[in-house]
Structure formats: C-alpha cells, structure tokens
Design a protein around this ligand. Structure first.
Ligand code: PMP
Length: 313
C-alpha cells in the first residue's frame, strides 16, 4: 500500500499543501458520481545521478487535456502549468524511490445532480506515491477473459481516463481475483478482444506483434504507442486490428502493457498455456529494452524522458 508519509506534499486547491490537508467534502460531485478524469505517470529514480526520470509526461498531459475536452468542461490550467506543478511537486517531495504520479481533474462542486454543466471549472490536484511493480513482471501471469464487457465508447468514452468508468475495471479485476487469476481481459461490446482491466494487451503470432486497434473501445495507452514505435524501430511487424477471442488461445506470446504494469507477460489465458508457458522471444526483446528506456538508459529514446534533478529546490 502507498505510504503517504513518504511524501509530505500534495498539490491541492491551487497550492502545495501537507498531504493530510488535501481533503474534500463527502458531497463533492466527483466523489459521488466519478465526474473526474485522471492520469498516471511513472517516475524512475536514478540513485547515481540523484534524479527522477518522468516517462512521456507531455503525452500524459495531452491525454488528460483531451479527456477534459471529451467531457466538454472548463479547466483553467494549461499544459505548461500542469507540467510545472508536477515537476515542482516531485522536487518538493525529494523521492528516493520510483514513483507514480496521479494528476486528477474533478468536479469540485457540491451539487446533487450528476452533470457537467456547472460553470465552475474542474479543479486540479496531483499526488505521488512510491511504486514498484503493479503486477509481477518476472513471472508469467495467469489471466482469464472477463464476463464483464469493456465500456462502450458511446456510453463512457473509453479513450479517456474517466474516474467513474473505472468501476468497469474494478468489476473485471475483482471477478478475476475471486476466481484465482492475476488479471482479466475485457472483450468489447462486439465480442472482440479489447484490453486488460487497466492495461493494453499485445499478442505475438508467427512473429507478428498484434494489438487491438484504437477503435476497439480501448484506452489509447502511451505504453502501447511506445511499444508500437519500438517494434517498428526493431523491424518487428505490427498489426493494429480487430482481435478475435480465439486468437488468445492460439498465439505464441501475450503480454500486458501500461504505465502501471509496464510490461507483464502472460503464461496462461483461461487455463490454456500461452506458447510454451515461458517468456517469449519477442516479449523478452521488448521487455528488456523497454525497462532500459524507462530509466533513461537508451539515448535513442531519451526524448521520452524528462529528468528532474533533485538537488536543486
Ligand atoms: N487501459 C486502461 C483501461 C488503463 O487504465 C491504462 C492505464 N492508464 C492503460 C490501458 C494503459 O495506458 P498507459 O500505457 O497510457 O498507462
């Protein structure tokens, strides 16, 4: 569990406050109805250099602002201001571990109606926690296809990280864990493979890297986009397309990809072994390289990393 004591500051109500002071009323519209959008950004601690390397912060902030645009709500912070706040927060908290940042834009009004029409702009807060692996990355996961379908884009826009929509993820995750699995795979409303409960999915079939297309009611993951780029750079063929459920049972490799899970490989799906049940060749290549990239150790991909020096405050 996160230990907020490790990090004394949270950005809340337009200022940096002590973590215990960042509190909202129980009547807050976002708490009652999930009228909020959020992001999730990882920062990797480099002990030697005493810096944190944030992964693709600009892309995360773009997605957050796009989500607010999808909701059509007023918001007073610019991309530049959000980035400055996040960098300042990291510096103030002086982490000595890998971190996870949670920017959160929300309906702070206390009105009873679940609506986005309030003239009050969405409020903004961001906190950070220490975070290691979210799912194991060194052993293969045992996963199942969920009986819950992924939310349809025209019900709750699936390409936005909308707080209320995450009840969908929670239902799928709870069902999987209750049945003894590590994680769930969602099918979309059409019955095609969509993604994991909070991560995108990739399969490898006959040397081709396959992932559901962005129109398949998935979240357009930044890890997903990064891996497609890396695979292109490595000349690994990539297909973004409709994926049938039965392809899950005939692929040679499968893995999840997301900020939280990073890359976590799958050993079995619905009790059927994936490939030989070991970490596959293409998965290994991508996973090993990706973990180097995340820590800022690959010059070719350094543009994705924002280094925050922790000495200067
Ligand atoms: N799908 C869902 C539903 C998610 O919540 C996440 C985590 N943000 C992802 C996919 C992966 O997206 P990203 O790589 O941008 O973290």
């Amino acid at each position: 569990m996160a230990n907020l004591k490790n990090f004394p500051y949270i950005f809340f109500n337009n200022q940096f406050v002590k973590a215990e002071e960042a509190k909202v009323s129980v009547m807050t519209n976002a708490l009652q109805y999930g009228t909020a959008v959020f992001g999730g950004i990882r920062g990797y601690f480099n002990q030697k250099g005493n810096f944190i390397s944030l992964f693709r912060i600009d892309d995360h902030l773009n997605r957050l602002l796009q989500a607010l645009n999808i909701l059509g709500v007023p918001f007073n912070y610019t991309h530049r201001q959000l980035k400055e706040i996040i960098i300042k927060l990291v510096k103030k908290n002086r982490p000595k571990t890998d971190i996870y940042l949670r920017p959160f834009a929300y309906a702070a009004n206390l009105g009873l109606t679940p609506t986005l029409n309030s003239n009050e702009p969405f409020a903004f807060t961001v906190y950070m926690i220490p975070l290691g692996d979210y799912l194991p990355t060194h052993k293969g996961l045992s996963v199942c296809v969920s009986s819950w379908r992924r939310i349809a884009d025209n019900a709750i826009p699936s390409r936005a990280k909308i707080a209320g929509g995450y009840i969908n993820s929670a239902l799928a995750k709870a069902e999987a864990v209750n049945q003894g699995f590590d994680e769930a795979i969602f099918l979309n409303q059409e019955g095609h493979v969509a993604e994991g409960s909070a991560e995108n999915i990739f399969l490898v079939k006959n040397g081709v890297l396959i992932t559901p297309a962005v129109s398949e009611e998935i979240l357009e993951g930044i890890t997903r986009r990064s891996l497609i780029q890396i695979a292109n750079d490595l000349n690994i063929p990539v297909e973004e397309r409709v994926v049938d459920r039965s392809e899950l049972y005939v692929c040679q490799e499968a893995f999840f990809a997301g900020t939280g899970v990073q890359i976590a490989w799958i050993a079995s799906i619905d009790k059927r072994q994936v490939g030989n049940g070991q970490r596959g060749k293409i998965t290994s290549r991508l996973q090993d390289l990706y973990f180097q990239i995340l820590r800022g150790n690959e010059p070719r991909y350094e543009k994705w990393c924002t280094k925050i020096c922790l000495k200067l405050i």
